[in-house]
Design a protein around this ligand. Structure first.
Ligand code: DPP
Ligand code: ZN
Length: 886
């Protein structure tokens, strides 16, 4: 593997002013004619190398004159022109094989549709080019294909020409008036149906909106379309950003490595992120469609109009755009719910990444394969860093700063430095220290201690920060960390005054402060505090850190029931549940789990919450949700997945039986024929009712089983149908198990023609914790519903089993405890030569081997070694394997 370093960045020696492509699609082969207008920027180099992979060069000419073999050189990485002129037109003609392209990068075929994926470095599989984001060009693309097979021909920008050709073929020509890097290029050809709508921008321009899908999916486009219009309006109102072309197109394809792609004017989506209707799509699915449609749309400004100079800057567009889409979703639904869901992902998956061998800062200093860096760190932690900036600046200055950023850099390819510079210039704040968030990896840990002085009525909080070593850096400098907080007393929130604040400066809401931690250790002193308070710390999860404070269970109950900050109420529940589960883990290790009775505080708190009618039901469901096995694992020094599973289950069963009456009320009070709406209050009702059902089905009575089967039979939407099926399938009760087998078969028969529903059916079985999962998963791989070339299917079965079924993945089979690890390695090896991007992603669970006890860790390591020893392993997989073994 060859490593690329940020410090080696050099601007391109040539730009490509104009790019003209003729893409002629035939059965089995496609011809790409490229005319590129090159212009040297400074001193003329001796050679110019263009990127190109898997291309068969047929013709090559400069300024119309064919080159002889002394004038260029071609290899498997690209094309080198010797002694190129200062300014010239390069014409190349290549042959490519989309039908055989299983990597799903470049031009490929998904079912009947030809489509492209160019980010990050896929364009080089279409033609020879300067495939780097700081080369921005004007694109004219002419596509031709058989008219019957491909009646729809699309590319970026506006359609400027089209018509029939000989031999039953036709063509369309598209021009994109905005200069763009080639990673934003897109082309689609196929037999597609469309839904069309219109949007009038704030300045009164009419934009045509089109969603292209296979005919059978026309009934699943409404939600994406309304989400798109909401996103367009929101970006005008919140960021002052208007859309800039006459047409905006979305195309749905079934085979896609990512969720979706923001190509200029022609977004290409994984069907899983665009299609939705109540019968086939869960509430989570609806919310995902809304979020991803908005995310890709928002990229039009944060990514396309202002793009990245190089791929080290990926978080410039991704972190910012995730922050934008999260705020959009918060405004469309429930803000606290959205925050809780995002933080849960961040601090299980991203924190684990930050503590593992692939840890990297949100602006990495090096990489081997850029597609391995589309990570939770770049996206989710990147978004947290933008969120901290937004909170430090406040709404008015943050808006000033983003306006400045967009205006100053419109049409440019820039770095994260320029983003922070705009924040500094607009606000006058010095963000020098804050910038360490961009360069240092690892999750900071805050240890908080406090002291109350009754006589002086002073309360002091001492906060220490430390960040563990990560592969790129052992010694960390102190971060600038905003800690939002308040203090709870007997009668409620206390008025706050820091010792160095003057009475005139006190904010209007005097019960809330943001402490800015900049030193390794700092003490904040509050005066005139009448009693020893319970501190509510890191409200709203104001920074991506771990926080330790020795709360008593009574303190946690106080916060869970009375904090004004919704996030911290949830957080207190999580901490309380975590402590209870940790007690149970201790019992497990001492072989006394069967007799273990949990501390009653948790159930007392849950009961009071359930009886509080004023609570948002979605928040209630989240507060009652025990920490996930992944989150519990993230909190363990050495991970014991078996203890975690059984301890968590024991606590869940206890909660379920103690509160059974209240849960039963929730389930039976719900009318399953109630009309489905994907609105947050309805989603909230369903989520609480289904959480209740989940608890009841841990140790179901005959009545509970009946409630579950009734819901399964009568549900008019996939959320309720899937919740009932899940509760049934994961229930260990013998009667339930018999019912579950029939229900799974019936469900498949009912939904076999809906691939996205079949994916959910596969995923449910892959994550079912009941012993025997590996055998079940192996059987699923032989099922007609499975397709080993389709990323969504691979994710639904293999990823879900290895990531979301820790008990079975880590215990294997009765005879072979390492069978899960070997299974994963075999799947990776099979996939690696076909689709290296997806293969490399599958490796993640094995990379965590150091966190597990001796035998397990070594068995995981052995499989990594097996991958490392494989001749011809892809660079993608090699990078992850080699870094993990180091
Ligand atoms: N498709 C990915 C995203 O939108 C990469 N840009 O985040
Ligand atoms: Zn993105």
């Amino acid at each position: 593997g060859k490593t690329v370093y940020l410090k080696d960045y050099a601007p391109p020696s040539y730009i490509i002013e104009k790019t003209e492509l003729d893409v002629d699609i035939y059965k089995g082969e496609t011809f790409v004619l490229a005319r590129l207008q090159f212009q040297c920027l400074d001193e003329r180099p001796q050679a110019l190398t263009l990127d190109g992979e898997a291309l068969e060069l047929l013709d090559i000419a400069i300024d119309g004159k064919a080159l002889d073999s002394t004038q260029y050189r071609c290899d498997h990485r690209g094309l080198t022109l010797h002694n190129p002129p200062e300014r010239f037109v390069l014409t190349t003609r290549v042959r490519i094989l989309p039908e055989q392209n299983t990597s799903l990068e470049g031009l490929y075929r998904s079912r009947t549709i030809y489509c492209t994926q160019c980010e990050a470095e896929g364009f080089r599989k279409i033609t020879y080019y300067l495939d780097r984001p700081d080369v921005m060009s004007d694109f004219i693309t002419r596509v031709s294909a058989d008219k019957n097979e491909c009646p729809i021909l699309l590319s970026n920008g506006n359609k400027i020409d089209g018509g029939d050709l000989d031999g039953g073929r036709h063509f369309a020509t598209w021009h994109d008036p905005h200069k763009k890097p080639c990673y934003l290029f897109a082309l689609v050809a196929g037999d597609l149906a469309k839904v069309e709508d219109r949007f009038r921008t704030a300045s009164g321009r009419e934009v045509t909106l089109q969603i292209f899908v296979e005919e059978k999916d026309l009934d699943k486009c409404d939600h994406a379309m309304s989400s798109l219009k909401n996103a367009m309006r929101w970006d005008e109102q919140v960021y002052g950003r208007e859309y800039d072309l006459d047409i905006f197109m979305i195309v749905a394809v079934d085979d896609f490595n990512m969720g979706a792609m923001e190509n200029k004017g022609l977004n290409i989506f994984n069907t899983s992120c665009v299609l939705a209707k109540p019968e086939t799509t869960t509430d989570a699915g609806f919310q995902r469609v809304e979020g991803v449609v908005a995310h890709e749309y928002f990229h039009n400004w944060s990514g396309n109009r202002v793009t990245c100079r190089d791929w080290f800057q990926l978080s410039l567009k991704e972190g910012f755009t995730v922050f934008r889409d999260a705020e959009f979703s918060a405004d469309m639904g429930s803000r606290t719910v959205k925050r809780v869901e995002d933080v849960a992902v961040l601090r299980t998956l991203q924190f684990a990444e930050d503590a593992g061998p692939m840890a990297h800062p949100i602006r990495p200093a090096s990489y081997m394969e850029i597609s391995n860096f589309y990570t939770l760190t770049i996206y989710e932690k990147g978004a947290e860093v933008v969120r901290m900036l937004a909170n430090l600046l406040g709404p008015a200055d943050f808006r000033k700063a983003t306006d400045l950023y967009f205006e100053r850099h419109d049409g440019q390819a820039v770095t994260t430095e320029e983003f922070v510079q705009a924040m500094e210039d607009a606000s006058g704040r010095d963000l020098t220290q804050f910038k360490r968030w961009y360069n240092q990896a690892g999750t900071p840990r805050l240890s908080v201690t406090d002291e109350y002085d009754q006589e002086q009525r002073r309360y002091s909080l001492t906060i220490r920060q430390s960040t563990p070593a990560t592969p790129e850096c052992a010694e960390k400098l102190a971060f600038h960390i905003p800690v939002a907080m308040g203090l709870l007393g007997e009668a409620g929130e206390l008025a706050l005054k820091l010792a160095d604040e003057s009475l005139d400066d006190l904010p209007e809401d005097n019960t809330h402060r943001v402490l800015e931690l900049t030193e390794t250790e700092q003490t904040f002193v509050f005066t005139d505090i009448p009693e020893k308070p319970v501190p509510s710390l890191l409200r709203g999860f104001s920074a991506p850190v771990k926080l330790d404070y020795q709360y008593s269970r009574a303190d946690l109950a106080t916060l869970a029931l009375h904090d004004s900050d919704g996030f911290n109420r949830y957080e207190a529940c999580q901490k309380l549940a975590l402590a209870t589960i940790q007690d149970a883990m201790l019992a497990y290790q001492q072989d006394t789990l069967a007799e273990f009775v949990p501390d009653s505080t948790l159930v007392q708190v849950y009961r009071l919450l359930l009886e509080d009618n004023s609570l948002d039901q979605a928040m209630l469901a989240l507060m009652l949700n025990l920490p996930s096995e992944a989150y519990i694992a993230e909190e363990q020094e050495v991970i014991d997945p078996v203890a975690i599973h059984f301890a968590r289950r024991q606590v869940a069963a206890y909660v379920g039986s103690e509160l059974a009456e209240l849960f039963r009320l929730r389930v039976s009070a719900y009318d399953p024929t109630r009309e489905y709406r994907a609105q947050s209050d309805d989603i909230a009702l369903r989520s609480m009712k289904n959480a209740a059902l989940g608890y009841l089905m841990l140790l179901p009575t005959a009545e509970d089983l009946h409630l579950c089967l009734n819901q399964l039979a009568r549900a008019n939407n996939m959320t309720d149908e899937m919740a009932a099926l899940t509760a049934l399938v994961c229930c260990e009760d013998n009667t339930a198990q018999e019912q579950a087998r029939d229900a799974l078969t019936a469900f498949y028969q009912k939904w076999q023609d809906e691939p996205l529903v079949v994916n959910q059916w596969l995923a449910l079985q892959a994550r079912n914790p009941i012993p025997g999962a590996l055998e079940r998963v192996q059987a699923l791989l032989q099922h007609p519903a499975y397709d080993g070339n389709n990323p969504n299917k691979i994710r639904s079965v293999i990823s879900v089993f290895c990531n979301n079924n820790p008990l079975n993945f880590h215990t294997g089979t009765a005879d072979e405890p390492d069978a899960g690890y070997r299974f994963l390695a075999e799947q990776i090896l099979q996939l690696d030569s076909k689709n290296p991007q997806i293969a490399a992603r599958l490796i993640t669970p094995l990379t965590r081997w150091r966190r597990y006890t001796g035998d397990r860790g070594q068995a995981m390591r052995l499989q990594l070694q097996r991958l490392a020893d494989q001749p011809g392993l892809s660079p993608d997989s090699y990078e992850i394997v080699s870094k993990s073994l180091n």
